[in-house]
Each structure stands twice: as C-alpha cells, then as structure tokens.
Ligand binder design. Structure first.
Ligand code: UFG
Length: 328
C-alpha cells in the first residue's frame, strides 16, 4: 500500500500539481481543502477530505484515518495586495490555521512536514541575490504571516522533533504540460494568467503596476519558477525527510530575474499575439526585485529546475488557458 501524504490546499494551483507529482512518485496524496479558493475538480490524483485548517477535530479525524508519513502544507491566502488591506485575514487563516495543523500533526505522531513559504519573507532588499541566510524583513502581511509559521515550525521541531523542510518560493508560473491541472484563481491577480486573458480578449488590457522602479526598464523584477519543477523539489524534500536528513530551508527559484516588460515580450513571442497593456501606478506591498540564490536546492536536494524558462512557463500556461477549464 502506498504511503499517504496529507496535502493541504491540494485543490489549489500548486497543491494540485504536487498531488500529481506525489502520485507519480508512488505516494497517496490526500487533499485536505476547504474549497475557499480551490476547485474540487482539481482533485484528481488521490482522495479528497473537505475540511478547514481551523477545525482541529476534523484534522484529527483525517490524520487518524490515513496515518500519513508527512504533511505538505500549501493551504493559505497568498495575495500580497489583499494582505495589506486585510491583515487579520492573513494572520488568522495562515498563522492560526497552520498552528492548528502543526499541533494536529504532532499529536498524531506524523513525523515530517513540508511547508510552502515565500520569498516575500525577505522583503525589499536592493540589488541582493537572496539566499537562505539572508535576513527576513517582510514588507507585507502575507510575508510576515509566512515568516511567523516558519518560526512555529522551528520551535515545534526543537520541542517535539517535528522534521520540516521549508521551501521559500519565488514566482511560481506555468502548468502541467499535459494540462490535467493548471493555474486558476478567482479573482486572478498574477501577472502571467492576467496577461494571457488580455491577449485572448477575456479581459481588458493588462495594467503594468509601476514603471518608475529602480530597475533597467522601470518595472519590477521577479524570478519565475515552473510549477512542475517546484513540486518536484517538494517530492525531493519529502524523501530528504524520510531519509532522516533533518530540518532544512531551501529557496526555490532560478537565480534569474525578469522584469514585467520582459515577461510581456516573451508572451508576445510565445503566443504570437499582441499583448494589450497600459501603464499604471505601483501596487502597495510590491518589492522592486526578488531574485533567488538557488544553489542549495540544486546541490543538496539534487533539484534540476530545467523547465523554468519563460518560454516553457508561458507556453504551458497558454496550453492550459486554451483548454477552456479557465472559463468555468
Ligand atoms: N503585475 C503587474 N500587473 C498585474 C499583475 C502583476 O504589473 O496585473 C506585476 C507585479 O507588480 C509584480 C509582477 O507583475 O511586479 C508579478 O506579480 P504577481 O502578482 O504575479 O506576483 P507577486 O510577485 O506579487 O506575488 C507572487 C505570489 C506571492 C509571493 C510573491 C513573492 O503571488 O504569493 O510572488 O514575490 F509571495
């Protein structure tokens, strides 16, 4: 019988891709999701247990039913802009919800925990390539909530021996090349899906949020990583924990940054269509430049992010976009 892994947020964008990768690696991914932002039809690779992270009794029930070897914790609110307007939503759901989950994992004797953190925990550090030892100074509530969860894991690791791998993601993009699952948020806030909508006429022109940043073309720079490469790292992280190699933090990015204008140029090239856009004001909470130092995951986990180039990420996202799943 395959080993179970509880995947919180398994009905969401990254979680559903993680379920596919776990299934391919021989695990049984058990999706735990309250469907507040996820989609039940994205749960295709293992059982679905509807539930809320704040519901400890429901969590206990699911841990008892599956006796998982690990938790992969993706469920969270993740919009930087919203987190600036409604910080309580982020502290309550992300932090208290995660604390409840971590306590349930410890009580159930689940030994391994893989956590989805973010480069937003580093904040805005000019002209720095951010590695895992960089100081964490988040400038938005989303990043602050994720940093707090990292602290909880460190404390619970020390007190109860909960082994954990923390992944700090840079900008996740693209989709399953077979288009079984893909990116779909409601509302959508991310650059690449919004751009594909503008290209296909499903939305008005894309707005570039700020053209006066201190970057070569004035727009923000981000490090984009393919979602399939990202979830592969999670499977490697799970194996790392199962081999007893101890708790560790890894950045997941490519070390290469692209500006918003460069992403627009690549989208035009990949889709062979014009990208309608207008130039607008800065979005509160946005950092100027976030680029990863990614050597640790490559050298220690043996991670090979070879799909993380803009052409493939935009191409795979475009393939998913054209399936029409997006119009549901
Ligand atoms: N952008 C635009 N117009 C849009 C949407 C985005 O110009 O309509 C710009 C943003 O200002 C930013 C870049 O495109 O410079 C990427 O924006 P996204 O919203 O796609 O991604 P973010 O960088 O804001 O956030 C993402 C994840 C977060 C994570 C963060 C870390 O959504 O969960 O990366 O950088 F924390």
């Amino acid at each position: 019988m395959s080993k179970s892994v509880i995947v919180t947020g398994g009905a969401g964008y990254i979680g559903s891709h993680a379920c596919k990768a776990l299934r391919a690696a021989g695990y049984e991914p058990v999706t735990f999701d309250n469907l507040s932002t996820g989609w039940e039809d994205a749960v295709k690779f293992g059982p679905f247990e509807k539930g809320d992270l704040l519901d400890r009794a429901r969590l206990d029930e699911v841990f008892a039913k599956y006796q998982p070897v690990a938790v992969m914790h993706f469920a969270a609110f993740s919009q930087v802009g919203e987190s600036m307007k409604d910080p309580g939503k982020y502290w309550h759901n992300n932090v208290i919800g995660s604390l409840t989950l971590i306590e349930a994992a410890v009580a159930a004797g689940c030994p391994n925990f893989v956590f989805s953190s973010t480069c937003a925990t580093y904040g805005d550090q000019d002209n720095v390539v951010l590695d895992e030892a960089s100081v964490q100074l988040p400038i938005n509530s989303y990043g602050a909530s994720k940093r707090a969860i990292e602290d909880i894991l460190e404390n619970f690791g020390a007190a109860y021996g909960l082994n954990h791998v923390i992944f700090r993601y840079f900008n996740v993009a693209g989709g399953d090349p077979e288009a079984e699952v893909g990116e779909f948020h409601q509302p959508e806030t991310h650059l690449i899906p919004l751009m594909l909508d503008a290209i296909s006429g499903k939305r008005d022109a894309l707005t570039i949020f700020g053209t006066d940043y201190d970057t070569p073309d004035g727009t923000c720079i981000r490090d984009y990583v393919h979602v399939c490469d990202l979830v592969d790292a999670h499977v490697l992280g799970l194996k790392w924990l199962e081999e007893g190699r101890g708790s560790r933090v890894f950045n997941l990015g490519t070390g290469k940054g692209f500006s918003v204008r460069e992403v627009i140029d690549h989208s035009r090239a990949v889709t062979n269509k014009d990208v309608p856009y207008v130039e607008g004001d800065r979005r509160p909470g946005d950092c100027t430049k976030l680029v990863s130092g990614s050597e640790r995951a490559i050298h220690e986990l043996g991670w090979t992010p070879d799909r993380s180039n803009l052409a493939q990420m935009i191409g795979d996202a475009w393939k998913w976009h054209q399936t029409g799943h997006y119009d549901k």
